[in-house]
Ligand binder design. Structure first.
Ligand code: SAM
Length: 271
């Protein structure tokens, strides 16, 4: 698993966040702003009647959005508690969207045997950063996706300029550079989980030869990371300005690689 040496699985670690995840992130100003940027790309990538596999779906916010747009979703997550929250939300939806939630760690995605291959695979906000070696996952996905199918994966970046400048301005050098060595240990309500920050070059290598990088866009380039939510609440106008600036910077070379996240679009090139 992704948590070598740290003694707890990703599923068990994220179980501890499930109850408060929507309050702390999904409904936060920054969480909403970053997710809106992802949703813009999602709707350009997938279309009504597509059949999508979602990895690391959390409490189901994106699956419910895709479902409301006529897209079928088979959504997986390692955390039983996250899946339970997602199912509660699905039960409250009317009309019931075409979504199935299923507890499964991404490392075991090869256990899926769908009747028809998926049109694409989506993962939002860093679930894939919890996996050290994506090679076996990519190989399994190549068997689950139709030729020409699209992967849309949102990773935490290795270099987040706002994070570096913010912590340097507070004299916290170790925190400013915490992602730069390629991994860091995150604290999730008392559980320690190792998170990996692969370079774009490493990701390209992991996805070849089955998938080719088609495009990339920054997410959280001008919009700050979610731990700055208290600041965002005090400065809603500035946050709105940053959302406009985000639209420009997110597509610019250099800047697009320096956000909190990067959204990578891969196309399946193997049969
Ligand atoms: C930061 S949350 C993002 C959740 C959701 N995608 C969203 O946009 O709100 C990361 C999610 O990845 C899941 N996750 C982490 N490691 C995983 C793994 N190895 N297999 C499956 N899910 C995993 C966690 O349980 C958690 O729900």
């Amino acid at each position: 698993m992704s948590t070598q040496g740290l003694g707890i699985s990703a599923g068990a670690a994220f179980d501890r966040l499930a109850d408060t995840y929507d309050r702390d992130f999904t409904s936060s100003l920054i969480g909403r702003a970053q997710r809106n940027a992802v949703w813009e790309v999602l709707l350009k990538t997938y279309h009504p009647k597509d059949n999508i596999l979602e990895l690391n779906c959390g409490t189901g916010e994106d699956a419910l959005f895709l479902g409301a747009n006529g897209i079928s979703v088979f959504a997986c997550d390692a955390s039983q508690q996250m899946i339970a929250r997602a199912e509660q939300r699905l039960d409250l939806s009317s009309p019931i969207p075409p979504i199935v939630f299923h507890q499964l760690p991404t490392e075991r995605i090869d256990e899926l045997t769908p009747a028809v291959r998926f049109d694409g695979v989506f993962s939002n906000f860093s679930g894939l950063n919890c996996i050290e070696d994506l090679g076996p996952v990519v190989a399994a996905l190549s068997g689950l996706v139709k030729p020409g199918g699209t992967l849309l994966f949102c990773f935490s970046t290795r270099i987040c300029l706002i994070e570096i400048l913010y912590y340097l301005s507070r004299g916290q050098v170790a925190k400013a550079l915490r992602r730069c060595k390629g991994y860091a240990d995150a604290q999730l309500n008392g559980a320690t989980l190792r998170v990996y920050y692969p370079t774009l070059r490493k990701l390209r290598r992991s996805f070849a030869p089955h998938f080719r990088l088609r495009s990339r866009v920054g997410v959280g380039v001008a919009i700050p990371p979610s731990y700055l939510e208290p600041w965002a609440r005090r400065h809603p106008h500035t946050l709105r300005l940053l959302c406009h600036l985000e639209n420009i910077l997110a597509n610019l070379p250099f800047f697009r690689a320096t956000g909190d996240h990067i959204l990578l679009c891969f196309e399946k090139v193997s049969p």
